[in-house]
Design a protein around this ligand. Structure first.
Ligand SMILES: NC(=O)c1ccc[n+]([C@@H]2O[C@H](COP(=O)([O-])OP(=O)(O)OC[C@H]3O[C@@H](n4cnc5c(N)ncnc54)[C@H](O)[C@@H]3O)[C@@H](O)[C@H]2O)c1
Length: 357
């Protein structure tokens, strides 16, 4: 503890590690005090010092500092397990960046270490506080569209996989473990208490041979809900972030600013239409609905504060709250990641043995 606050440190002071330090300093000063960082690259240590943050010379030195209660591990993915377990064994509570580990086996070792050491181990699934996700979740939870039979969730870039460790499989590169882990976590959390039955996936290697530069997967839940998740890095025209279809209406979110709308059918019986010319023929079935049989509504945009993530961790450490991101949720998520890889490699539908979370 430092001045009655949680003593906080980060291991791995790259893009995300430095973001954590800024957020803790700027927004969490009431609860936590940033003690310092450690990065294996001395240049990153220098960068931290230039930003007024103490850089420990070694990981051991950081982990032996008695002021530190909580460590966030923000290194490339293949180091999460080793460093989280080291932190736990030094008596620290630990947050791993996502993806928690390279596979389920590593995750189990981390959970066992947390139990053995009696310390908190959780994962930074920050995109549970994304406003677009929470807006779609609200529409689903409130049954706004009637029974929902299809949800599509996409993120689409056009720059391929970054050229650093993110395109090296031995470091846990590839888009399934990068953006995929966020969208798959959202899909699993949003649809609770449904159970996942099957997984079909395609992995892509459009720009990158080493590891996947994107994927598409269809998850089928026990009530028949079909949830499509897509991450791509070679799309020069983007499709909507979210698209949801219910029996009485549809909802769309077109961009990060939560632009979009809900369209509901107001008169299902009134579905006769004047044929329209469509390509080299005519159609009534696909003729657009007239305004007197549909109603348009704004999205119930949800406001969210990412800081709730850390506030929950701090409240948990004070014994005042259950942790939001749990071990069983992570087990389920890693199992899903493994099913996506298996299906992508075998081109077969994978039966999913779901677990309670
Ligand atoms: N939650 C999110 O929204 C989000 C966003 C981006 C990255 N991430 C995750 O954060 C982690 C880091 O990603 P990044 O974009 O910051 O990568 P990065 O390459 O910018 O930074 C990684 C840092 O870790 C350091 N490092 C490597 N091995 C180390 C070791 N053994 N000990 C100490 N330091 C070590 C590197 O020198 C580098 O400074 C990844 O797991 C990534 O998936 C999460």
């Amino acid at each position: 503890m430092v001045n009655g606050k949680i003593g906080y440190a980060v291991i791995g002071y790259g893009g995300m590690g430095s973001w954590h330090t800024r957020k803790i300093k700027d927004e969490m000063g009431e609860y936590a005090e940033l003690v310092g960082i450690y990065d294996i690259d001395p240049e990153r240590g220098k960068a931290a010092e230039e930003n007024g943050i103490h850089a420990f010379a070694t990981r051991e030195e950081l982990l032996c500092d008695e002021r530190i209660d909580l460590v966030t591990v923000a290194t490339p993915n293949d180091y999460h397990k080793e460093i989280v377990i080291d932190a736990l064994e030094h008596g620290k509570n630990a947050i791993s960046e996502k993806p928690v580990a390279m596979n389920s086996g590593e995750l189990e070792e981390m959970i066992a270490a947390a139990k053995r050491c009696g310390k908190l181990f959780t994962v930074h699934q920050n995109r549970r506080w994304d406003e677009d996700y929470l807006t779609m979740k609200k529409i689903l939870d409130e049954n706004t569209l009637g029974p929902v039979f299809r949800i599509e969730s996409r993120v689409q870039g056009s720059r391929g996989v970054p050229g650093d460790w993110r395109n090296q499989p031995e470091h846990g590169g590839g888009m399934v473990l990068d953006w995929g882990i966020h969208l798959l976590d959202q899909a699993l959390m949003m649809t609770l208490p449904r159970k996942l039955k099957t997984v079909y996936a395609e992995l892509t290697n459009v720009t990158n041979e080493n590891c996947d530069d994107g994927f598409r997967t269809t998850l089928i839940f026990d009530d028949g809900l079909s949830f499509y998740v897509e991450v791509t890095t070679s799309n020069f025209i983007e499709l909507p972030l979210w698209y949801m279809l219910g029996e009485n209406g549809s909802a769309v979110i077109t961009g990060w600013d939560c632009s979009g709308e809900i369209v509901m059918v107001s008169d299902w019986e009134n579905r006769d239409a004047v044929p329209i010319v469509a390509g080299a023929g005519i159609t009534k079935t696909m003729a657009p609905r007239t305004d007197d049989t549909i109603k348009r509504y704004p999205l119930p945009v949800q406001k969210a504060d990412w800081g709730e993530y850390y506030k929950n961790v701090f409240a948990h450490l004070r014994g005042e709250a259950d942790i939001i991101v749990t071990h069983n949720q992570q087990r389920r998520l890693m199992k899903l990641v493994e099913a996506v890889f298996e299906s992508g490699k075998t081109n077969k539908v994978v039966e999913f043995e779901d677990i309670d979370v």
